[in-house]
Ligand binder design. Structure first.
Ligand code: PLP
Length: 383
C-alpha cells in the first residue's frame, strides 16, 4: 500500500516544556488555590498588562464570553454595526446579548470592516461598532474612532487574531473602548481555553471584573453577573508561553516570507498590511482567482495530507438563523480564501512541500503531476 505523507494540519497548538508547566502546578498544589482570581491569574493579568503597554487586562473563560461581557459592560441594547467577515462568535455574541447586528462590508486590502461605509449604516438605534482585526491585520482604528466620536458610539474590537500586532507604536489591543481577545489553544498565544478583555479605562475594568465574578464582592451584591472567570491551570499555561511570544512571532515571520517566496508568480492574492503596522503573523491566508479554484486546491492539498481551511466561510450576514444585508466584498473574499497550515514550529521543509503541491496545481507540467495528469488542468489567469 502506498504510504501517505504525514498529515499537516492547518494549525497546531504550541506547547511549553512540560517541566515548566509542572513548576507552576507545584505552586498550585502548594496553595490549594485553583480558581476565583488566584495568584497565577493575577500574575498573568499583570504580565499581559505590561506586554500591552500598561492596559488593564481581565482574563476570561474564553474569547466568546469576553465578547458577551464587552456588550454587557457597555450596556448595549440596540443596533451594533459589525463585520460579516469574522468567526461566528462575533455575530453570535451580539445576538446572544439581544442586540441587533447590522453588517457593513469589508475593505479589499485588510479584509476588515470598511470604515468608509460606516456612516451610511448608522441609524438612531446604533449604539456601537464591533469590528474584527482579521488575521491580525488592523482595522482603520483612527477612522473608526473619529466616526464613533462624532456619533457618540462605543467601539469594541474582536482582537482574537490581533495579539502581538502593533499600530502607530501601540499594541493594537489597546484601541477602542474595549478589545476582546481569545486565548484558545489554536491561537498564536493561548491558555488552553481562555480569553481576555483589554481596556485603558480602570472603571470599566472593575465593572468587567464584577460581571465575570457573579456580580458580587464578598457579601456585597452589585449587579447580575455570570461566571466568566478562568482558572490557575489555564493561567499557568499563559505564564509559560507569554515570554516566548516574541520568538513565536519571529518564527512565523520567517515562515511567512518563505511561503511568499515559494508561491511567488502564482495567481494568488494576499491581504495588504497598512502603513506603520508591526504584524503578528497570525495566519497565512491566500485568495484564489475564484471559488471553484479555491475548493479544488483545498481538495488537492487534502489528497496530499495537507489541511487548508476556508476561514472565514460562510460570511456572517448569510448565517441561516440571522440573514443580514448583502456584503459583496466579504462574500467574494470568503468564497475564495484558504488559510494554509501556519504555526510557529511548522518546518521550512513542510512549507516547501505545501508550496510544491500548489505550484503543481497551477502548472500541470510540474514533475509531481506530469506523469499521471499531463496537461489536463486549465490555465488560470492572474486575478
Ligand atoms: C477564536 C475566535 C473567537 C472565539 O474565541 P473562543 O476563545 O474560541 O471563544 C472570536 N472571534 C474570533 C475572530 C476568533 O478567531
Amino acid at each position: 500500500m502506498k504510504q501517505l505523507p504525514p498529515a499537516i494540519t492547518v494549525t497546531r497548538t504550541v506547547m511549553p516544556p512540560l517541566e515548566e508547566y509542572v513548576g507552576y502546578l507545584t505552586q498550585v498544589w502548594a496553595s490549594g488555590h485553583l480558581t476565583n482570581n488566584g495568584p497565577l491569574v493575577g500574575q498573568l493579568e499583570n504580565e499581559l498588562g505590561s506586554f500591552l503597554d500598561g492596559a488593564q487586562v481581565e482574563l476570561t473563560a474564553n474569547g466568546t464570553v469576553a465578547l458577551q461581557l464587552a456588550i454587557r459592560a457597555l450596556d448595549l441594547t440596540g443596533e451594533v454595526i459589525t463585520t460579516p467577515f469574522s468567526y461566528v462568535a462575533t455575530t453570535a455574541a451580539i445576538l446572544w446579548e439581544r442586540c441587533q447586528p447590522v453588517f457593513v462590508d469589508i475593505e479589499p486590502h485588510t479584509f476588515c470592516l470598511d470604515a468608509t461605509k460606516l456612516e451610511a449604516a448608522i441609524t438612531p438605534r446604533t449604539q456601537a461598532i464591533l469590528a474584527t482585526h482579521v488575521y491580525g491585520y488592523p482595522c482603520d482604528v483612527m477612522a473608526i474612532e473619529a466616526i464613533a466620536r462624532r456619533y457618540g458610539l462605543k467601539v469594541i474590537y474582536d482582537g482574537a487574531h490581533a495579539f502581538g500586532t502593533r499600530v502607530h507604536g501601540r499594541a493594537l489591543l489597546t484601541y477602542g473602548d474595549l478589545t476582546t481577545c481569545s486565548f484558545h489553544a489554536t491561537k498564536l498565544f493561548h491558555t488552553g481555553e481562555g480569553g481576555a478583555l483589554v481596556t485603558t479605562d480602570a472603571a470599566l475594568a472593575r465593572k468587567i471584573w464584577l460581571l465575570k465574578s457573579h456580580g458580587h464582592m464578598g457579601d456585597t451584591y452589585v449587579l447580575p453577573g455570570t461566571n466568566g472567570k478562568t482558572s490557575e491551570l489555564n493561567a499557568a499555561m499563559g505564564l509559560c508561553l507569554l515570554p516566548r511570544v516574541p520568538a513565536f512571532i519571529a518564527a512565523r515571520a520567517a515562515l511567512h516570507r518563505l511561503y511568499r517566496a515559494e508561491l511567488a508568480g502564482l495567481p494568488l492574492r494576499y491581504p495588504v498590511l497598512p502603513a506603520d503596522t508591526e504584524y503578528n503573523y497570525a495566519y497565512f491566508p491566500v485568495v484564489l482567482p475564484d471559488e471553484e479554484t479555491a475548493v479544488r486546491l483545498q481538495v488537492a492539498l487534502a489528497t496530499q495530507g495537507v489541511g487548508a481551511r476556508r476561514y472565514f466561510y460562510p460570511t456572517l450576514n448569510a448565517l441561516p438563523y440571522h440573514i443580514g444585508a448583502p456584503c459583496p466584498m466579504a462574500e467574494d473574499i470568503a468564497g475564495r480564501v484558504l488559510c494554509l497550515p501556519f504555526y510557529a514550529d511548522l518546518a521550512a521543509e513542510q512549507v516547501g512541500f505545501i508550496a510544491r503541491i500548489i505550484v503543481a496545481f497551477f502548472q500541470p507540467s510540474h514533475p509531481i503531476l506530469s506523469h499521471d495528469q499531463p496537461h489536463t488542468q486549465p490555465t488560470i489567469a492572474c486575478a
